[in-house]
Write a protein that binds this ligand. Structure first.
Ligand code: NAP
Length: 254
């Protein structure tokens, strides 16, 4: 069975300064990856995640890079090449939603912002990863995990149908790219969280959203970032060596 375990493992986690991305970065470092987190603006939070990893003796760095800006993404990957060497894992985690609204009240600028970060950002990061990992380009393979959402199937009516639609696009990116690069040493999978205790709900205007909706979850509670991170790390690992194009729900039931 082909294995990458003898190589230095190098991971980029977009949006790793807070929430699910920070948990993935910490767990990835504990699993032996050199980890680069990217962030949008919260420099202190990013530095705290890096410090929490380096204090354990692992390698970590943070790069400010807006995934919605192609030149930022190109710079991010270049900085990782220089600092850590060949990339072996990408987690497309950076994602946003906007204030809860009905579709009839959404303007084009809002919808474009959500899609630029969640969809275009994930595509461009995946592009940079494939250019480095694919055996077609002289790479040694790797793994990509995309953060989808249960919202992709539920639709998020009255809250953020635009966000839900952007995550449906992530599901299709996962299926299509997985097939495109399956014979080139790259596995592409997704994790689909339900309601997780992070600050993303505050950016939708309802910091207490998890508590409000938790009774609709079969397990009757919200999830924690570490519970999502464990699924991501499994998909990245050699334990998932025959898994590609898959989506794992981490949602307390469906
Ligand atoms: P969060 O707590 O709001 O954290 C978002 C992270 O993304 C932060 O590190 C933020 O950086 C970064 N970010 C935002 N826009 C960015 C951009 N344009 N470029 C680079 N980084 C950017 O989010 P979360 O709840 O952990 O969500 C992580 C992922 O899981 C997202 O894709 C989200 O859609 C998905 N998800 C979350 C839930 C949930 O209930 N929490 C459920 C399903 C799916 P700064 O710190 O600099 O702002």
């Amino acid at each position: 069975m082909p294995s990458q375990s003898s190589m230095q493992q190098v991971m980029i986690v977009t949006g790793g300064s807070r929430g699910i991305g920070a948990a993935i970065a910490r767990l990835g470092a504990a699993a032996g990856y050199a980890v680069c987190i990217s962030y949008l603006s919260n420099r202190e939070a990013a530095a705290a995640v890096v410090d929490s990893i380096t204090v354990q003796g692992s390698r970590a760095m943070a790069v400010q890079a807006d995934v919605a800006r192609e030149q930022d993404v190109v710079r991010l990957f270049g900085e990782v090449d220089a600092a850590f060497g060949p990339l072996t894992a990408l987690v497309n985690n950076a994602g946003i939603l906007e204030l809860q609204a009905r579709v009839e009240d959404m303007d084009a600028a809002r919808i474009s912002r959500v899609f630029a970060t969640n969809v275009t950002g994930s595509f461009i990061c995946a592009r940079e990863a494939v250019r480095r990992m694919s055996t077609r380009h002289g790479g040694s393979g790797g793994a990509i995990v995309n953060l989808s959402s249960r919202a992709a199937r539920l639709g998020a009516p009255g809250e953020y149908v635009d966000y839900a639609a952007s995550k449906a696009a992530i599901d299709t990116l996962t299926i299509g790219l997985a097939k495109e690069v399956a014979a080139e040493g790259i596995r592409v999978n997704a994790v689909s969280p339900g309601v997780i205790h992070t600050e993303i709900h505050a950016s939708g205007g309802e910091p207490g959203r998890v508590e409000r909706v938790k009774d609709a979850v079969p397990m009757k509670r919200g999830g924690y970032p570490e519970e999502v991170a464990r699924a991501v790390l499994w998909l990245l690992s050699d334990d998932a060596s025959y898994t590609t194009g898959a989506t794992i729900d981490v949602s307390g039931g469906r």
